[in-house]
Design a protein around this ligand. Structure first.
Ligand code: ZN
Length: 416
């Protein structure tokens, strides 16, 4: 029986969320903000404190650590547990004041620093599962940072458990903490050679028991429209305004389907995210998403056809269409290694939970890691209402995430 205390992991988590680690989408530096290293440095110190001597951090803010194998078996694959230290740019992460509601009684939680921020069972029904247990919220002015400091805390707590109980047998366990996940650069400077893990797990998911081995495949698309420009005073029958064509292209997109606001579950979409330009030349940027790569290509074809049909109505105007790959569905890789998610499902069950298999309508560091030689599904931590002032987490979920990690390490040893 592996048992990790919700109160102990809560204290650890609260220590981490007080450190501002917001990443910056407008920075080209690695890490995008230096302050992310404040948490990396603390984690390194705490790893040393546990007796994990093979640990380091680098100029980019990554933390690498190894818990050496304590098993007689020599053929156990090296596995990695990974979480990100940064918090989302969408909501302030400065001066986070976590509040531990130790015995949540089911009533509304009014956040003290902004009393218009109210967390309720009616709007967040998952709170019901935590009545009688600990719930942690922010104070009303900031996000909480459970995304993904709950993952960091779960990995650290599991690491301490493995160091304290040598009778729990495991192979080489790698720990990786990354910066800049929230701005899509979490894997940019990750040194996979140095990490040296065959398989990985990100701890960056929601409800207890959830396990995600499928993400979107994602592309960007840029439509560039060239108009025809002349002096506006003498433009009759000559000028073709690229901005107006851009507007017409947007207007020609379907209204009741094919967009983020009209799709769910396994449906893909295209989504205009930026329009830029002058009368002479305009660009529209899109994101294009689907779980299926062939479907993704269909979305491009359809979008291009719609844009071309519009531009054809404006003689003299021309169009360029450019697709950019962003990331690919991790399932394409993970389906070759079904035991990786399979062991995770078993670990979740051993921790006493029901497995909820889910598909992520987005990407994770794990999608990119899966294509960098480390197949990497995503495991729950319990985080809720992420990227908002109403972000919260139940302490028993975090403890279960840490227990799941310990079970996973044991299962890999048993099966090798
Ligand atoms: Zn996250």
């Amino acid at each position: 029986m592996i048992q990790i205390s919700p109160d102990t992991i809560a204290d650890r988590f609260m220590r981490y969320v007080r450190i501002d680690t917001q990443s910056d989408p407008n920075s080209n530096a690695h890490p995008t903000t230096e302050k992310q290293k404040d948490l990396s440095k603390l984690l390194l110190k705490e790893l040393y404190g546990m007796g994990i001597t093979n640990a380091s951090t680098d100029e980019y803010g990554y933390v690498y650590a190894t818990i050496p194998s304590n098993s007689d078996k020599k053929n156990i694959p090296t596995i990695c547990f990974c979480a990100h230290v940064d918090t989302a740019p969408d909501c302030s992460g400065y001066n986070v004041k976590p509040i531990h509601h130790r015995y949540y009684d089911g009533s509304d939680i009014v956040l003290p620093d902004d009393t218009t921020q109210v967390l309720s069972v009616s709007k967040s029904p998952y709170l019901k599962e935590h009545i009688g247990h600990g719930v942690i919220t922010a104070s009303g002015l900031t996000l909480l940072g459970a995304d993904d400091k709950s993952g960091v805390a779960a990995i650290m707590e599991a690491a301490m458990y493995l160091m304290q109980y040598p009778n729990v047998k495991h192979g080489d366990i790698k720990i990786l903490f990354t910066p800049d996940e929230e701005v899509g650069k979490g894997t940019a400077k990750a040194d996979m050679q140095k990490l040296g893990a065959a398989f990985g797990y990100t701890l960056d998911g929601g409800e207890a028991g959830s396990l995600e081995d499928e993400t979107f495949s994602a592309d960007g698309a840029t439509i560039t429209i060239n108009g025809v420009i002349t002096h506006p005073g003498y433009a009759k029958d000559k000028l073709v305004n690229a901005l107006k064509i851009a507007g017409a292209v947007l207007d020609a997109l379907p209204k009741n389907e094919w967009s983020p606001e009209t799709t769910e579950k396994m449906q893909g979409f295209v989504h205009p995210v930026a329009v830029n330009g002058i009368a002479e030349k305009a660009t529209i940027q899109f994101i294009v998403r689907d779980f299926d790569d062939a479907q993704l290509q269909q979305h491009h074809n359809r979008l291009k056809a719609i844009a071309e049909a519009v531009v054809a109505k404006f003689p003299g105007a021309t169009l360029e269409y450019k697709a950019q790959e962003q990331y690919r569905n991790m399932k394409n890789v993970l389906s070759n290694y079904p035991h990786v998610a399979g062991y995770a499902a078993e670990a979740i069950q051993r921790a006493g939970l029901t497995v909820k298999k889910e598909s992520i309508r987005g990407g994770t560091d794990g999608s990119r890691f899966s294509y960098m030689g480390m197949p990497c599904p995503n495991i729950f931590t319990g985080m809720q209402n992420i990227h908002s002032k109403l972000e919260w987490i139940g302490t028993k979920d975090m403890a279960k995430a840490a227990e799941t990690i310990v079970h996973l390490a044991m299962i890999w040893e048993e099966r090798s």
